[in-house]
Ligand binder design. Structure first.
Ligand SMILES: Nc1nc2c(ncn2[C@@H]2O[C@H](COP(=O)(O)OP(=O)(O)OP(=O)(O)O)[C@@H](O)[C@H]2O)c(=O)[nH]1
Ligand SMILES: [Zn+2]
Length: 338
């Protein structure tokens, strides 16, 4: 199956800090022959907790990395004391090319790259069907961020005991986004975590969702209790004290079958930078129709010459798909409440 929003031939999708498109700085490699690979689990005021061969190692960025930040999910090369012993501090000397990026910008006009999660395969967008009410526009923005960053979206609709999923699914079925519907009873009898696990196994999945949607409840059913962050006290993955920042946190699924990345900080996505062609990758039925579009066509409602209208009128694709694409493209403009 085609991967949404991601070209499998690209090993380094638009890594922003590397704007010139040049390769990562491989010339530093020989200097650190003893470096070992690790994965960043969380970041707290310049201290990065990394998993290196099963040990959690505290590290900081080496100066030679410059301004480029290592984020949760990054694959990094680390030198120094890798014993994982308390009060040791190793150094991250290289950040490997990323397979995906989940970006956040403080503002659509924010010129700075703010990657919050790297290398996640999937973006689980957790939305309650009621209490709080679903916000389709926010879901759409999450989908655009996923397609743009090279993550496959997964819709997780919670609280189906309070309201039906039908109306929302009507909006999202044409998009072909995989979805899961869960209820209080299914959470309690374990059925919810079984169904969700089927979608997570073997993958790195970043979870986003507004406060109160049931994200924490769900993550708690997925991650063994001894590895979980318990409301602000002990970060069980690292065994260290309070997890005080708004950084995302990578948590291993039981049986080493993948990772859940909990993202307390991601509330909104700046999408101004998003290239329509990356969103179009998620619409392989429409994409060939854009060959007749004028150069630089935005394919949205304000693009009168867009060839997609004719493509659909000629029966090449379902009009609901074009409607959905345009709805997603329209969310790139920020509105009040986003
Ligand atoms: N009725 C119902 N309530 C649920 C369900 N899932 C979670 N809840 C409740 O919804 C409330 C919010 O759940 P949380 O897991 O704390 O939500 P959250 O998204 O993590 O929110 P924050 O912790 O504020 O970030 C809690 O009272 C849960 O018990 C569900 O499927 N049905
Ligand atoms: Zn067009």
């Amino acid at each position: 199956m085609r991967r949404y929003g991601k070209n499998p031939d690209e090993d380094d999708i638009r890594v922003r800090p590397n704007r010139k498109g040049n390769r990562p700085r491989t010339h530093i490699r020989p200097k650190h022959e003893d470096a070992q690979e690790g994965m960043v689990l969380t970041v707290d005021r310049g201290r990065l907790t990394c998993l290196v061969e099963g040990r959690t190692v505290m590290a900081m960025k080496a100066r030679e990395l410059g301004r480029k930040a290592a984020v949760v999910g990054d694959r990094v090369m680390i030198v120094g004391d890798l014993s994982g012993t308390k009060d040791t501090l190793a150094r991250i000397v290289r950040i490997e090319p990323r397979s995906s990026v989940l970006r956040r910008t403080a503002d659509d006009d924010d010129p700075f790259e703010r990657v919050v999660v790297a290398n996640a395969d999937q973006l689980a967008v957790v939305t309650a069907l009621a209490d709080p009410e679903p916000r389709p526009r926010m879901i759409d923005r999450c989908l655009v961020a996923a397609y743009d960053g090279g993550l496959t979206p997964l819709l997780v609709l919670t609280k189906s005991d309070l309201a039906s999923a039908d109306e929302l699914l009507e909006m999202y079925v044409p998009l072909g986004v995989p979805y899961i519907v869960t209820s209080r009873a299914e959470l309690e009898n374990g059925a919810a975590s079984d169904v969700v696990r089927e979608h997570l196994d073997g993958k790195i999945t970043a979870f986003v969702g507004h406060s109160g949607v049931g994200k924490t409840t769900l993550v708690n059913t997925l991650v063994p209790a001894d590895r979980r962050r318990t409301t602000g006290h002990v970060n069980a993955v690292t065994g260290r004290g309070r997890h005080t920042t708004t950084s995302a946190l990578a948590l291993p699924l039981a049986g080493d079958a993948g990772w859940v990345i909990d993202t307390p900080g991601v509330r909104s996505f700046g999408l101004h930078h998003v290239d329509p062609s990356r969103v179009l990758n998620a619409f392989p039925d429409l994409e060939p129709g854009t060959e007749q579009c004028p150069r630089g066509c935005t394919h949205d409602d304000s693009a009168p010459e867009c060839a997609l209208d004719k493509w659909v009128a000629d029966g090449h694709a379902d009009p609901a798909r074009l409607y959905s694409l345009r709805r997603l493209l329209a969310t790139r403009e920020r509105r009040e409440g986003d």
